[in-house]
Design a binder for this molecule. Sequence first.
Ligand SMILES: Nc1ncnc2c1ncn2[C@@H]1O[C@H](COP(=O)(O)OP(=O)(O)OP(=O)(O)O)[C@@H](O)[C@H]1O
Length: 542
Amino acid sequence: MVLSPDHTVPDPATRPGARNPLPVLSVANLSKSFGGAKALHNVSFDVMPGEVHGLLGKNGSGKSTLVKILAGFHAPDDGGTLTFNGERVSLPLKAGEGRRLGMAFVHQNLGLVPSLTVLENLRLVELTRNGKAFINWRAETAAAQQALKRFGLNIDPEERVDRLTPVQRALLAIVRAFEEIEAARAITGRPGLVLLDEPTPFLPASGVAQLFELVRSITRLGSSVIFISHDIDEVMEITDRITVLRDGEQSGELARADATHEKIVEMIVGQSISRGQGRKSGTNSFPVYARFEGLSDKMLQPSDLHVGKGEILGLTGLIGSGYEEVPYLAFGARSGASGRITIEDGPTFDQSTLTPAAAIERGFALLPGDRHGESGVDSLSIVDNMFLPDIGRFFRGGLMRNGAMVREARELGKAYEVRPNDPALKLSALSGGNAQKVLIARWMNRSPLLLLLDEPTQGVDVGTRQQIFAALRKAATEGMSIICASSEAEQLAEICDRVLVFARGRICDEITGERLTKEGISEACYVSAGPASQSNPTPRVA
Ligand SMILES: Nc1ncnc2c1ncn2[C@@H]1O[C@H](COP(=O)(O)OP(=O)(O)OP(=O)(O)O)[C@@H](O)[C@H]1O
């Protein structure tokens, strides 16, 4: 069943603006400990019908723990209560209870089954419920097609999810959640709640705009959204009210009308922070370190680009414009790619001969964007994740020097402010942002000659972001060449010496100097993707 956004009319008592409407969600005194450590402590807040409620906080402040309690994944400590549309819910939530009430979740890992199709993922629960004997696949496909189209998603329902881009996967997960609460509302007649746990890091500006349109279409009908993000500008744009957590406790609540960027940052971090610690060098003349000629694969037209020694080169563009492929191609991590690579004055070699092992040998390092899949190993400890690529360094006389490895991991964790800084913990026990810090520390610690990054600060809080920028800038000053693919114009403007903008698999613009601002980069992305350049894209040698 596919419901249109105007399928049902919300109960007038719960419509936004109604007098004293009942909160959709009321959380009171919720706490959660893990082995004595308090991840949440007496958290209370309400989410009103039609409200977008921002939930903010540093990495490890307890946001995901709260979401997992609402999803029934964690049992909270005794004492807390949860009320949904006036109905007191017993805790921990039973399987299927959240869905019945009208709660749907988009977790950081999206919760999609990669080996299934888009359609199967959309209809997963519905089709397996009540032992359905007959499925009209044609009707289901048509309905899914309609839903995807309505939400502006141009993907084939029969495509396997593992063949979608990260952006398409994120949008699919969100469409599925929105459909779920609409389906529940058709039965209960009460508003629902979608929890978006950091939905935007994968999304370029156009994807974020699409997402916000979805959010608005849901709240216009009286349902609510909890929006978790580290992007303050986005939070200011989409939320009505903000609850901030710090070290598991509520550090405050703010109406958007009273919020400023600085106020929010101060509530998150506990003090004001100065931005710009990763400030670019102000020059774009670097001796060439690596030159890529005719670099291409199925997403990228043959493109020429180079990165200088000590330069931070940014790559950006709209969804599927090809920029996101470059770090993987430069690392030999994509089959079917072609091109030629020259390092400094060395001989030119064929891209197809480059493997990740050979790239590491040459001093390249790659931090993929997919933290849980390609980048880190959730089931291994922090220490193993940190030293996976060079574990041989700790072998001496046939013995593994575990003590030295753990000591070094603890020092690295301290330098990158990993919390908790316990090298024996599994990566999966860390919050998303803290896991990302471990993975960045892993590669920075090897002092690569060429560091290839795909969305390096996704899920990383505002304070830590500045530390990472400063570390990248310091490494570049010391001679490291860095290529950073990112959809975040602000991040690129802050750290890059030069930014290449891609559209339809080609380099369409090169931004340096005064244009190298958040606005300048965003504008270039749209202009490059616009209809004029579409008919006549101008590939540039960069
Ligand atoms: N399963 C677990 N076992 C042990 N500790 C955990 C577990 N899950 C979370 N924690 C701890 O609880 C604290 C809160 O983590 P949580 O994931 O809720 O933070 P977060 O605010 O979502 O962070 P981020 O912004 O980085 O995603 C952290 O210190 C984390 O290490």
